[in-house]
Design a protein around this ligand. Structure first.
Ligand SMILES: CC(C)(COP(=O)(O)OP(=O)(O)OC[C@H]1O[C@@H](n2cnc3c(N)ncnc32)[C@H](O)[C@@H]1OP(=O)(O)O)[C@@H](O)C(=O)NCCC(=O)NCCS
Length: 187
Protein backbone atom coordinates (compact mmCIF):
# COMPACT_ATOMS: atom_id res chain seq x y z
CA UNK A 1 0.00 0.00 0.00
CA UNK A 2 1.42 3.36 -0.98
CA UNK A 3 -0.82 5.51 1.20
CA UNK A 4 -2.64 8.74 0.45
CA UNK A 5 0.41 10.89 1.10
CA UNK A 6 1.96 9.77 -2.16
CA UNK A 7 -1.18 10.23 -4.26
CA UNK A 8 -0.49 12.33 -7.33
CA UNK A 9 -2.54 13.53 -10.26
CA UNK A 10 -1.41 15.42 -13.35
CA UNK A 11 -1.26 18.73 -11.46
CA UNK A 12 -1.58 17.94 -7.75
CA UNK A 13 -0.19 15.90 -4.88
CA UNK A 14 -1.21 15.30 -1.27
CA UNK A 15 0.88 16.02 1.83
CA UNK A 16 0.32 15.14 5.47
CA UNK A 17 -0.55 18.17 7.63
CA UNK A 18 1.78 19.14 10.49
CA UNK A 19 1.34 21.53 13.42
CA UNK A 20 3.19 24.14 11.29
CA UNK A 21 0.13 24.38 9.02
CA UNK A 22 -1.98 26.28 11.55
CA UNK A 23 -1.42 29.71 9.94
CA UNK A 24 -2.36 28.47 6.49
CA UNK A 25 -5.40 26.56 7.76
CA UNK A 26 -6.58 29.50 9.89
CA UNK A 27 -6.44 31.75 6.82
CA UNK A 28 -8.46 29.22 4.80
CA UNK A 29 -11.10 28.88 7.55
CA UNK A 30 -11.12 32.65 8.06
CA UNK A 31 -12.45 33.24 4.54
CA UNK A 32 -16.23 33.71 4.60
CA UNK A 33 -16.57 32.71 0.94
CA UNK A 34 -14.73 29.43 1.47
CA UNK A 35 -16.78 28.62 4.58
CA UNK A 36 -20.17 29.77 3.25
CA UNK A 37 -21.43 26.18 3.10
CA UNK A 38 -19.22 24.88 5.92
CA UNK A 39 -20.91 26.49 8.91
CA UNK A 40 -19.14 29.85 8.68
CA UNK A 41 -15.64 31.06 9.56
CA UNK A 42 -13.61 29.41 12.30
CA UNK A 43 -11.51 31.40 14.78
CA UNK A 44 -7.84 30.59 15.13
CA UNK A 45 -8.60 28.69 18.36
CA UNK A 46 -11.34 26.66 16.63
CA UNK A 47 -8.97 25.94 13.75
CA UNK A 48 -6.30 24.80 16.22
CA UNK A 49 -8.80 22.38 17.80
CA UNK A 50 -9.79 21.11 14.36
CA UNK A 51 -6.14 20.63 13.35
CA UNK A 52 -5.34 18.70 16.52
CA UNK A 53 -8.43 16.51 16.80
CA UNK A 54 -9.69 16.01 13.30
CA UNK A 55 -6.40 16.09 11.39
CA UNK A 56 -3.25 15.27 13.40
CA UNK A 57 -4.63 12.86 16.02
CA UNK A 58 -6.90 11.22 13.46
CA UNK A 59 -3.86 10.05 11.39
CA UNK A 60 -2.81 7.78 14.25
CA UNK A 61 -6.32 6.72 15.20
CA UNK A 62 -7.28 5.69 11.64
CA UNK A 63 -4.21 4.78 9.56
CA UNK A 64 -4.75 5.29 5.84
CA UNK A 65 -7.56 7.77 6.33
CA UNK A 66 -7.45 11.47 7.04
CA UNK A 67 -7.34 15.04 5.77
CA UNK A 68 -4.39 15.95 3.56
CA UNK A 69 -3.08 19.21 2.20
CA UNK A 70 -3.49 19.42 -1.57
CA UNK A 71 -0.44 20.95 -3.22
CA UNK A 72 0.37 22.18 -6.73
CA UNK A 73 3.06 19.76 -7.96
CA UNK A 74 4.96 22.40 -9.95
CA UNK A 75 5.05 25.23 -7.44
CA UNK A 76 4.62 23.42 -4.11
CA UNK A 77 1.90 25.96 -3.25
CA UNK A 78 -1.03 24.51 -1.25
CA UNK A 79 -4.36 24.87 -3.05
CA UNK A 80 -6.60 23.41 -0.33
CA UNK A 81 -7.25 20.02 1.21
CA UNK A 82 -8.88 16.72 0.35
CA UNK A 83 -10.14 14.14 2.81
CA UNK A 84 -11.23 10.54 3.19
CA UNK A 85 -12.47 10.14 6.75
CA UNK A 86 -15.38 9.25 9.02
CA UNK A 87 -18.46 11.40 9.08
CA UNK A 88 -18.35 12.61 12.67
CA UNK A 89 -20.12 10.27 15.04
CA UNK A 90 -20.73 7.68 12.29
CA UNK A 91 -18.94 4.65 10.84
CA UNK A 92 -19.50 5.93 7.27
CA UNK A 93 -16.42 7.00 5.25
CA UNK A 94 -16.75 10.18 3.21
CA UNK A 95 -14.72 11.95 0.55
CA UNK A 96 -14.45 15.75 0.67
CA UNK A 97 -12.46 18.84 -0.32
CA UNK A 98 -12.01 22.50 0.49
CA UNK A 99 -10.02 24.79 -1.80
CA UNK A 100 -8.65 28.28 -1.27
CA UNK A 101 -10.44 30.83 -3.48
CA UNK A 102 -7.61 31.38 -6.00
CA UNK A 103 -7.77 27.65 -6.80
CA UNK A 104 -11.49 27.51 -7.62
CA UNK A 105 -12.74 26.87 -11.14
CA UNK A 106 -9.67 24.94 -12.39
CA UNK A 107 -10.92 21.40 -11.94
CA UNK A 108 -8.66 20.81 -8.92
CA UNK A 109 -11.40 19.58 -6.56
CA UNK A 110 -12.55 16.91 -9.03
CA UNK A 111 -9.03 15.94 -10.14
CA UNK A 112 -7.79 14.96 -6.68
CA UNK A 113 -11.16 13.76 -5.33
CA UNK A 114 -11.31 11.15 -8.09
CA UNK A 115 -7.80 9.99 -7.16
CA UNK A 116 -8.81 9.82 -3.48
CA UNK A 117 -11.84 7.70 -4.38
CA UNK A 118 -9.61 5.37 -6.38
CA UNK A 119 -7.27 5.08 -3.40
CA UNK A 120 -10.18 4.33 -1.08
CA UNK A 121 -11.67 1.65 -3.29
CA UNK A 122 -8.50 0.06 -4.69
CA UNK A 123 -6.00 0.30 -1.83
CA UNK A 124 -8.17 0.50 1.28
CA UNK A 125 -10.80 -1.77 -0.30
CA UNK A 126 -13.63 0.24 1.20
CA UNK A 127 -16.99 -1.25 0.19
CA UNK A 128 -18.71 2.14 -0.15
CA UNK A 129 -17.74 5.83 -0.03
CA UNK A 130 -20.21 8.63 0.68
CA UNK A 131 -20.24 12.42 0.56
CA UNK A 132 -22.54 15.13 1.76
CA UNK A 133 -22.79 18.78 1.00
CA UNK A 134 -25.15 21.67 1.51
CA UNK A 135 -28.23 21.55 -0.69
CA UNK A 136 -27.17 25.04 -1.84
CA UNK A 137 -23.58 24.08 -2.75
CA UNK A 138 -24.15 23.35 -6.42
CA UNK A 139 -20.46 23.42 -7.37
CA UNK A 140 -19.67 20.75 -4.80
CA UNK A 141 -22.62 18.62 -5.92
CA UNK A 142 -21.33 18.86 -9.48
CA UNK A 143 -17.87 17.71 -8.34
CA UNK A 144 -19.37 14.67 -6.60
CA UNK A 145 -21.36 13.77 -9.69
CA UNK A 146 -18.28 14.20 -11.94
CA UNK A 147 -16.14 11.85 -9.83
CA UNK A 148 -18.70 9.09 -10.00
CA UNK A 149 -20.79 9.30 -6.86
CA UNK A 150 -24.58 9.08 -7.12
CA UNK A 151 -27.05 11.49 -5.57
CA UNK A 152 -29.26 9.51 -3.22
CA UNK A 153 -31.58 12.07 -1.73
CA UNK A 154 -30.86 13.88 1.50
CA UNK A 155 -29.63 12.97 4.97
CA UNK A 156 -29.16 14.73 8.29
CA UNK A 157 -26.68 13.80 11.04
CA UNK A 158 -26.90 14.55 14.76
CA UNK A 159 -23.28 15.60 15.36
CA UNK A 160 -23.19 19.33 16.27
CA UNK A 161 -20.92 20.06 13.29
CA UNK A 162 -23.73 19.08 10.92
CA UNK A 163 -26.93 19.47 12.94
CA UNK A 164 -27.47 23.15 12.10
CA UNK A 165 -27.38 22.37 8.38
CA UNK A 166 -30.36 19.99 8.66
CA UNK A 167 -30.94 17.86 5.60
CA UNK A 168 -27.92 17.75 3.31
CA UNK A 169 -27.49 16.52 -0.27
CA UNK A 170 -26.34 12.91 0.08
CA UNK A 171 -24.10 11.03 -2.36
CA UNK A 172 -22.57 7.56 -2.31
CA UNK A 173 -21.28 4.74 -4.51
CA UNK A 174 -20.41 1.12 -3.93
CA UNK A 175 -16.93 -0.17 -4.82
CA UNK A 176 -18.01 -2.62 -7.55
CA UNK A 177 -20.03 -0.04 -9.47
CA UNK A 178 -17.35 2.68 -9.22
CA UNK A 179 -14.52 0.31 -10.15
CA UNK A 180 -16.38 -1.08 -13.14
CA UNK A 181 -16.73 2.48 -14.46
CA UNK A 182 -13.17 3.63 -13.57
CA UNK A 183 -11.12 0.44 -13.92
CA UNK A 184 -9.92 -1.89 -11.17
CA UNK A 185 -6.29 -0.77 -11.44
CA UNK A 186 -6.64 2.89 -12.35
CA UNK A 187 -4.68 4.62 -15.09
C1 LIG B 1 -16.78 23.62 -4.22
C2 LIG B 1 -15.31 23.60 -4.61
C3 LIG B 1 -14.62 22.46 -3.91
C4 LIG B 1 -15.20 23.39 -6.12
O1 LIG B 1 -13.83 23.30 -6.48
P1 LIG B 1 -13.37 23.45 -7.99
O2 LIG B 1 -11.95 22.99 -8.08
O3 LIG B 1 -13.69 24.80 -8.48
O4 LIG B 1 -14.29 22.36 -8.68
P2 LIG B 1 -14.11 21.75 -10.13
O5 LIG B 1 -13.50 22.80 -11.01
O6 LIG B 1 -13.41 20.43 -10.02
O7 LIG B 1 -15.62 21.45 -10.55
C5 LIG B 1 -16.64 22.39 -10.27
C6 LIG B 1 -17.83 22.07 -11.16
O8 LIG B 1 -18.96 22.75 -10.65
C7 LIG B 1 -19.47 23.64 -11.65
N1 LIG B 1 -19.99 24.79 -10.94
C8 LIG B 1 -19.31 25.81 -10.39
N2 LIG B 1 -20.16 26.68 -9.81
C9 LIG B 1 -21.41 26.16 -9.99
C10 LIG B 1 -22.71 26.59 -9.61
N3 LIG B 1 -22.90 27.70 -8.93
N4 LIG B 1 -23.76 25.82 -9.98
C11 LIG B 1 -23.58 24.67 -10.66
N5 LIG B 1 -22.34 24.21 -11.05
C12 LIG B 1 -21.29 24.96 -10.72
C13 LIG B 1 -18.29 23.93 -12.54
O9 LIG B 1 -18.69 24.39 -13.81
C14 LIG B 1 -17.64 22.54 -12.58
O10 LIG B 1 -18.35 21.65 -13.39
P3 LIG B 1 -17.91 21.34 -14.93
O11 LIG B 1 -16.51 20.79 -14.87
O12 LIG B 1 -18.90 20.36 -15.41
O13 LIG B 1 -17.95 22.65 -15.67
C15 LIG B 1 -14.59 24.92 -4.25
O14 LIG B 1 -15.30 25.98 -4.80
C16 LIG B 1 -14.48 25.12 -2.76
O15 LIG B 1 -13.53 24.65 -2.12
N6 LIG B 1 -15.45 25.85 -2.14
C17 LIG B 1 -15.43 26.16 -0.73
C18 LIG B 1 -15.46 24.93 0.19
C19 LIG B 1 -16.57 23.98 -0.14
O16 LIG B 1 -17.71 24.37 -0.33
N7 LIG B 1 -16.19 22.69 -0.17
C20 LIG B 1 -17.14 21.63 -0.39
C21 LIG B 1 -17.72 21.21 0.90
S1 LIG B 1 -18.78 19.81 0.71
Amino acid sequence: MTGAESLTTVRLTLRRFTSDDLDWLAELYGDSDVTRHLGGVKSRAQTQDFLNARVLNYYNEHPGLGIWKTVDRDTGIPVGFHLLNHIRGESIIQVGYVLAKPAWGKGYASEMAEAVLGYGFRELRLPRIAAMTSKHNHASQRVLQKIGLERRGERAFPHPDYAAEGQMAWFEREAAAWLSAHGPAGT
